[in-house]
Design a protein around this ligand. Structure first.
Ligand code: GTP
Length: 733
């Protein structure tokens, strides 16, 4: 079957012009190597629906469904909420797999990287495509761990909708807030799935309240649970007033009963559901004028007569407008509630045509993703998600346009809009996908190849990994010449190290993991410098006078200003040379060699002897800034993390005592059933290896989430300790 497909790909050399909204979302690098017709790992897979023999018609129908029937969605959540398990059930019920994968057994489809299977977590997003009741769903499972936030963001920008999965016993957790904010930024319509309803402590009411309070979202309760914790056996569909019970003997949850609620047998439940439905109708009518007219007109006397389809259509519009979020519940692990979630995805989340993209592209090779398997396809219509290979210069966050001129035009328009700081005209937004916001790395360490001869191999591996993951930064230490890896967290760097070994066959050595500090100054200083060199028969002479001063508003890059006398007739090349000099000087502060931030630099005077090279101008400016910085009162800034620890009440005291020793600040302690949620801040330097300590302190019962809050000034005592500790290390780095 697959060989037929490939033959088809080859016979259709004329590659179609494509209208796609993004081509390079996931795992492109791996695709060529992994184009295998058979699936390893002993899992049983069904053929992608519709692919029978060499029936080209059916092939067309699977690769080109009508755009209204396409759903591009992501699954997002806090770590361990159950995204991968839910995805596994989705793939099974849609007929994509023939057996149920299990995160805990390490045999899921979407967590296919070795590191993901070993650790039971998602690291890289995986895309899969399946059909459900005549709809094509392109689904991306995104990671929940905070170290991989960028991976989530790069996916969100190509999605038309998302399912936010929650642990129903925990409600909204720290990372849920982060991904929710990211989805807000990309204006992604969402539905919520309260998973783990079978877990002891699961509470539908509590989880819904936390969505309302913490996410400031309006939940639309489309279902009510039938039982909670061990008693959870199904759901009530509030829209259609039916009960859905998974009490059949079949273990896999494929078969379930769907029955209308009856006055005779379910009087109490029917009453409760009718009330919930009436509330839902009122809520939707409040948000949608078209529906309000209908409800207030024909059906004002009796909401029961309101047709289900009308209510569903209104919920779809409200979801698309992002004025409310539908909420469903279930237990992916116990195989309950996943099919209604699939129905809701197709019914309430938008198709690409409802999301207003306009794209035109030409690419040489197209692949349809099935997690780590890929099938070559000849063409694709607008609104789909597919992969392309062989792009040498693109990196995560790029938008591919049809031609250089249209890309330039789009970039110009986007630039103009950026300058205006408002977006009344949405044109650029439609032409350019929002770039990903790359978080600043907070950790770094040196990395060395097994031998000097393998340095080029290491450089190549790091270059490829960086294109895939821009939150990984690589730099060269100017003093030692060593390669330095900068990443989002301990786990992030560990995984990169592991990938270099597995995917590029290089056994590298990592130096100790260090916190990425920053530096600033506390007072304004002026400095003058002259550089006078004769190289060959040419004299290079520059004299610079400048001022460096601290600024209130945080700014990672220096603010550059010119005194009027300098700016008058400064040639563009000299200006570029000056700015290069400023930027390079600010990369290495005088205290720790860390980047300088929150400063403004004013150039007061500049005398350039004719014939002086731009390199010499940059060098003189850079040296003058270094001189000024040395004279100033200096301050180390350290990364401060938002910390949320979930701990059983009995273990609260040792956790608090430990945090006090780590220079932690506690903001709030909340109660969530029998758990305490400790919310506060802690300097990153104090929290390295925290998971092991927390496990010991709480007998493994606590979990925590960390996220960069900001960079804050260290107090003089801590700064002095750090400087004396690092003075030896600075010789090396
Ligand atoms: N009780 C219960 N456990 C569940 C349920 N769904 C998932 N789990 C368990 O929760 C753990 C995490 O599940 P995953 O599916 O890996 O969660 P995830 O959100 O994909 O995790 P990351 O990808 O690492 O963010 C596993 O041990 C699952 O077996 C559920 O419905 N009920």
């Amino acid at each position: 079957m697959f060989s037929n497909l490939r033959k088809f790909g080859v016979n259709h050399k004329k590659i179609s012009i494509l209208h796609v909204n993004n081509m390079c979302c996931c795992k492109i690098k791996a695709s060529l190597k992994r184009l295998k017709p058979y699936v390893p790992l002993g899992r049983s897979y069904s053929s992608p629906p519709g692919l029978v023999g060499n029936d080209i018609k059916s092939l067309h129908s699977i690769i080109s469904p009508p755009i209204a029937k396409i759903r591009n969605i992501g699954i997002m959540a806090h770590i361990d909420a159950g995204k991968t398990t839910t995805t596994e059930r989705i793939l099974y019920y849609s007929g994509y797999t023939r057996s149920l994968g299990d995160v805990d057994d390490g045999d899921t489809v979407t967590d296919f990287m070795a590191q993901e299977r070993e650790r039971g977590i998602t690291i890289q997003s995986a895309a899969v495509t399946f059909d459900w009741k005549g709809y094509r769903v392109n689904l991306i499972d995104t990671p929940g761990h905070v170290d991989f936030t960028l991976e989530v963001e790069r996916c969100l920008r190509v999605l038309d909708g998302a399912v936010a999965v929650f642990d129903a016993s925990a409600g909204v957790e720290a990372q849920t807030l982060t991904v929710w904010r990211q989805a807000d930024k990309h204006k992604i319509p969402r539905i919520c799935f309260l998973n783990k309803m079978d877990k002891t402590g699961a509470s539908f009411k509590y989880a819904v309240e936390s969505i309302r309070e913490k996410l400031k979202a309006k939940p639309l309760l489309l279902q009510l649970p039938l039982g909670e914790g061990k008693a959870f056996k199904g759901v009530v569909d509030v829209v259609s007033k039916e009960k859905l019970l998974w009490n059949r003997p079949s273990e896999d949850g494929k078969d379930f009963e769907r029955k209308p609620l009856l006055e005779t047998s379910d009087a109490e439940l029917l009453k409760e559901t009718t009330e919930a439905r009436n509330d839902l109708i009122e809520q939707v009518a409040d948000l949608d004028d078209e529906f309000a007219d209908l409800v207030l007109g024909e059906f004002s006397e009796n909401f029961d007569l309101l047709p289900t389809e009308k209510l569903q259509a209104a919920i779809h519009r409200v979801t698309l407008a992002q004025t409310a979020v539908p909420v469903l519940c279930g237990s992916a692990l116990k195989n309950k509630g996943v099919q209604p979630l699939l129905d809701a995805i197709t019914m309430y989340l938008p198709s690409p045509e409802e999301r207003n993209y306009e794209f035109l592209e030409r690419v040489s090779r197209l692949l349809l993703p099935f997690a780590d398997q890929h099938i070559e396809i000849p063409s694709l219509t607008a609104g789909n998600i597919a992969l392309t290979v062989g792009l040498k210069h693109t990196a995560t966050g790029d938008t591919i346009a049809s031609s250089k001129s249209s890309a330039l035009a789009a970039a110009r328009r986007a630039g103009r809009e950026g300058e205006k700081q408002h977006r009344q005209n949405n044109e650029a937004e439609r032409l350019l996908l929002a770039g990903v916001e790359i978080p600043e790395p907070v950790f770094f360490c040196t990395i060395e190849p097994p031998s000097v001869a393998r340095q080029p191999d290491l450089d190549y591996a790091l270059k490829c990994l960086q294109r895939e993951d821009p939150s990984l930064k690589v730099k060269l230490d100017p003093d030692s010449g060593q390669t330095v890896l900068c990443g989002m967290g301990e786990l992030h760097i560990e995984i990169i190290h592991d990938r270099i070994k597995r995917e590029y066959g290089l056994e590298t050595y990592l130096g100790p993991l260090q916190v990425a500090y920053r530096e600033t100054i506390l007072n304004a200083v002026r400095a003058t410098d002259t550089l006078d060199r004769t190289l060959g028969d040419k004299r290079h002479l520059v004299t610079v006078e400048l001022e460096v001063k601290p600024i209130e508003t945080p700014s990672v890059t220096p603010i550059i200003k010119y005194a009027p006398s300098v700016s008058e007739d400064l040639p563009k090349v000299s200006q570029e040379a000056i700015e290069n000099g400023i930027h390079s000087a600010c990369l290495q502060g005088p205290l720790l060699g860390s980047p300088i931030q929150d400063v403004a630099i004013t150039l007061h005077s500049l005398i350039i002897h004719p014939g002086t090279s731009t390199t010499m101008i940059s060098a003189c400016v850079s040296r003058c800034i270094q001189k000024a910085l040395k004279k100033a009162d200096k301050q180390v800034l350290e990364p401060l993390m938002n910390l949320e620890v979930t701990v059983m009440g009995d273990y609260l005291s040792p956790v608090l005592a430990d945090l006090a020793q780590r220079r932690g600040t506690i903001q709030e302690i909340q109660t969530r059933q029998e758990n305490k949620i400790v919310i506060g801040f802690v300097p990153l330097a104090e929290i390295m290896g925290y998971s092991t300590v927390l496990r010991t302190l709480t007998s493994g019962s606590a979990t925590f989430a960390l996220e960069l809050c900001n960079y804050q000034a260290m107090n003089p005592q801590d700064q002095a300790t750090l400087l004396s500790r690092r003075s030896g290390l600075n010789q090396v780095l």
